[in-house]
Structures are given as structure tokens and as C-alpha cells.
Design a protein around this ligand. Structure first.
Ligand SMILES: [Fe+2]
Ligand SMILES: [Fe+2]
Length: 186
């Protein structure tokens, strides 16, 4: 898939899948059942090591080029850029809270449940805005030359969950994604 807009959208679909898995675990939590904390940590570790490290920085560069060419888009891309910072902070805090639980420290349910739900809601809203307001603009404003320059400027990193170079750290998460997909297909 070399169409940058299609690739952009495909990453959003992947992130939405993981947010869905996280939400299932938070629902268990809410019902007083034992959630899979390792899985929640895997999701959040990924969110802070792929979207925060590659997807969002790449978007920030695309946003800057869009804002240069379309003054009307300036306030929305500024807002989305701020949300990248906020999502990164909230994501890192969740990694710390989940890591504490997985490693046996006592962490209050409130440290995970409310922030987890807020993170999911904010991330979904963020992607919705990008999908409806920014991707169509990018499709008309950004050229192959722009995308090549953006790619050269960001650290190249293969997606460790959905990409070809599968990282063993995420083996359990990938199995869970495959199970969910089979359940949806069946
Ligand atoms: Fe974004
Ligand atoms: Fe995005």
C-alpha cells in the first residue's frame, strides 16, 4: 500500500482496533471482573511507541504543509497538534499505572479506569477529526514530493504490531487481534 492517504487511514483503523481491545478490558474492570492487565499494557506500550513516535510526528509535518497552503485549516491543525502532545502525556501516564499493576504495586482502579476511558474517547475524537477534515485536504494539497520529504524527515520505523517485522513483545497482543478478527468474521 503505497498511497500515503490510504496508509494513513489504515493506521487509524489499526489504532481503533487496539482502542476497542482496551475498552473491552475496561468494561471487565467496571463489572468487577479481572481484566487482562498485560494486554492493556501491551496496547498502551504500543500507543506510546508507534503512534506517538512515528504516526503523530509524521502528521505534524503534514499538518504544517497543509496549513501553509490553506489558511482556513490553521486552527484545526494547531488543535490536532496540541492533542498529539496531550495524548502522549496521557498515554505515558497510563503505561506507568498499568506497569505498576502488572509488576505488583498497588494502583487504584481510578488511576486506570477513568483515564483509560478518557484516552480512548480523546483518541477516537482526534482520529475522527483527522479523517473528516484533514485527510481529504491532504489528498488535494500534498504531492508525492511532499510525502517523500516528510518520510525523509521522520525516523523510519516498521509497525511492531501490524507491520511485517513482528516484534515478539507483542505476540500475545497479535494473537488477541487475530482472535477478535476470527470472532467478527465467524
Ligand atoms: Fe493525529
Ligand atoms: Fe492520526
Amino acid at each position: 500500500m503505497s498511497d500515503p492517504i490510504a496508509l494513513w487511514h489504515a493506521e487509524h483503523v489499526n489504532f481503533a482496533t487496539l482502542l476497542g481491545l482496551l475498552e473491552v478490558e475496561l468494561d471487565r474492570f467496571h463489572r468487577g471482573q479481572a481484566p487482562d492487565y498485560e494486554l492493556m499494557l501491551d496496547v498502551m506500550f504500543y500507543m506510546t511507541h508507534y503512534p506517538d513516535v512515528l504516526h503523530h510526528p509524521k502528521e505534524d509535518l503534514a499538518f504544517a504543509r497543509i496549513a501553509e497552503r490553506n489558511a482556513g485549516a490553521r486552527s484545526i491543525v494547531a488543535e490536532l497538534g496540541d492533542q498529539h502532545t496531550m495524548l502522549k502525556q496521557a498515554g505515558n501516564a497510563l503505561v506507568v499505572a498499568l506497569d505498576d499493576i502488572v509488576n505488583g504495586s498497588i494502583t487504584l482502579r481510578d488511576h486506570v479506569e477513568a483515564p483509560g476511558r478518557a484516552y480512548i474517547a480523546a483518541f477516537r475524537r482526534h482520529m475522527d477529526t483527522e479523517e473528516t477534515k484533514i485527510l481529504p485536504l491532504a489528498a488535494t494539497l500534498l504531492t508525492g514530493h511532499d510525502w517523500a520529504a516528510i518520510d525523509r524527515a521522520v525516523r523510519q520505523l516498521d509497525d511492531p504490531v501490524f507491520g511485517k517485522a513482528a516484534d515478539d513483545r507483542y505476540a500475545a497482543l497479535r494473537r488477541q487481534i487475530a482472535r477478535e478478527r476470527r470472532a467478527e468474521d465467524g
